[in-house]
Design a protein around this ligand. Structure first.
Ligand SMILES: [Zn+2]
Length: 526
């Protein structure tokens, strides 16, 4: 007796090979048989006639670390057919942490009622499994998080002793189950870590062949430039003897537009020389960030928020900061490209562009954002990515899907603001817009980039393919109708064309209806 029998589908198995017609039988969470006209009884029979049956999608880059605890249903993720998501990105992870450092857990601030009931990353994994979660979760350990435990938010390079301590903490996190270490070298204070420091810490990844994952030091022309920042990631991997994943491949701002071919070539050249470099991407012409992280000069952030507020209170220093903010906006193509996503001190600003907010506040935009910042930081969506660049990046065979979003919902604790539509639409958009409508890929190729490629990259065992003995993470979708519907103005919308989503052999989505099943698991690197 099978638990589930998915009959008559066009099986796209994740390898990139042409589809074939077959039934898929599932028992105890795993795929036990794939073949034509399977006989035998099943508790649940799904008719997948005229539909694609593929492995569940794997989101290579999310910030769902705390969202999975705030709302374990993971609605915006699972509704896209994503059955596994990687967390702990951009240098920031839920653990390890020092006692009393809740304030430094970055994104936890969005969920003031969540108490971190863990200290190590291993305990976080246990905690997620205790609470339950709808998708599988693949944790990375954050370099910034570890750095903070060892040396606090100091804006200087680490000493050799501090590097050694960080290396130990990273090794422990890997032993506890982390699949790799992420950096966010753009962000303060991680940006004060020189290349050599990161190499010294990344050496902890080598014994277990864990992955180095990096948000580059510059994705624009602010400091060293995007090309040099990608090259730095490659150099770190080479020196540490590990593989590297470049996070959210996107060229931000005027100076980088149309230069995607140059950036792809840097990575391809490294691959040709034997460096194992890959990347992930979300297919939208906008990034998301906040005032502090995007336009405020680094020197103004030295010493933390209190010190920054002191600087803003001094007229001459405020003018100096505003001048640099104006330059940053210019580099990013203009203030009108920035739309406020969430702003807790005044939610009425959400959905407005910065020039409109400036009008309301009666100040030039470069001063208006400082006035906003004094009450609290805002997240925004910035339309600063070139469409042609998106296509150039997506075509590289080693580029995979990563939303750079998190698990959100239509109602409840993770439903506020005007978030980037990538949170709701990345995966159907890859398939529907870039695969089918633009004709860039066969269905088999695009599914490969969303399944077996990320599974291979992160070393996920028995996932990413439809194969006997593998976990039954399965999506049933319609190639002709699959479509993202989340827009800039109305991001809170689930995609069309996805019939069923199974996680570890349990039905979690049935035609946009969440069954409530918390069928996922926080996974551990083996
Ligand atoms: Zn990032």
């Amino acid at each position: 007796m099978y638990d589930i029998l998915i009959k008559n589908g066009h099986v796209v198995d994740g390898t990139g090979n042409p589809w074939f017609k077959a039934d898929i039988a599932i028992v105890g969470g795993k795929i036990v048989k794939i073949g034509r006209g399977l006989q035998g009884e099943a508790k649940t029979i799904i008719d997948a006639s005229g539909r694609i049956v593929s492995p569940g999608f794997i989101d290579a880059h999310t910030h769902s670390d705390f969202n999975v605890l705030a709302d374990p249903l993971c609605q915006s993720t699972i509704q896209q057919g994503v059955t596994t998501q990687v967390v702990g990105n951009c240098g920031s992870s839920p653990g390890p942490r020092a006692e009393g450092d809740e304030k430094n857990l970055g994104r936890l601030a969005a969920f003031p009622w969540l108490k971190p009931e863990w200290t190590t990353l291993g305990e976080y994994i246990d905690h997620v499994n205790k609470v339950g979660v709808a998708t599988n979760v693949v944790p990375l350990v954050g370099f910034g998080t570890v750095r903070n435990v060892v040396m606090g938010p100091l804006e200087r390079p680490a000493t050799p002793e501090e590097c050694a301590k960080m290396r130990v903490l990273v090794a422990e996190a890997i032993d506890e189950g982390a699949f790799g270490m992420s950096t966010g070298l753009f962000y303060a204070p991680q940006c004060f870590a020189p290349t050599e420091e990161v190499i010294e810490v990344a050496k902890a990844l080598k014994p277990k062949e864990a992955l180095y994952v990096t948000h580059p030091r510059d994705e624009s022309d602010y400091t060293i430039g995007y090309g040099a920042a990608i090259q730095e990631g490659i150099d770190i991997a080479r020196a540490a003897g590990v593989a590297v994943q470049i996070s959210h491949l996107h060229a931000l701002g005027v100076a980088t537009w149309k230069r995607a071919p140059e950036y792809v070539e840097i990575m391809q050249k490294a691959r040709d020389q034997g460096i194992d470099v890959t990347a992930d991407q979300y297919p939208y012409a906008a990034s998301a960030g906040g005032i502090t992280g995007s336009v405020i000069p680094r020197w103004a952030l030295d010493g933390g928020r209190e010190k920054m507020l002191e600087r803003l209170a001094d007229k001459a220093t405020r003018d100096k900061i505003a001048k640099e903010v104006a330059i940053a906006f210019k580099r990013r193509g203009g203030v009108e490209r920035h739309t406020i996503a969430t702003y807790l001190p005044n939610p009425a600003f959400e959905g407005l562009t910065v020039d409109k907010v400036a009008e309301i506040l009666g100040e030039p935009p470069e001063y208006a954002v400082l006035t906003m910042l004094e009450k609290g930081d805002s997240s925004w969506v910035s339309k600063i990515i070139d469409e042609e660049d998106i296509v150039t990046f997506i075509k590289a065979p080693w580029v995979m899907g990563g939303s750079d979003g998190s698990s959100l919902a239509l109602t409840g604790p993770v439903s506020g603001g005007k978030p980037h539509p990538r949170n709701f639409g990345t995966f159907p958009r890859w398939i529907g817009t870039y695969g089918r409508d633009m004709g860039l890929f066969r269905v088999e190729e695009i599914v490969r980039k969303l399944t077996s490629l990320p599974a291979q990259r992160f070393g996920l065992k028995e996932r990413g393919l439809l194969k006997e003995g593998f976990w039954a993470d399965v999506v049933v979708f319609d190639w002709h109708t699959i479509k993202d519907t989340a827009t800039w103005d109305r991001p809170h919308q689930f995609p069309e064309g996805i019939d069923y989503v199974f996680v570890n052999g349990e039905l979690v989505v049935d035609h946009k209806k969440h069954t409530g099943k918390l069928a996922g698991k926080a996974l551990r690197k083996q």
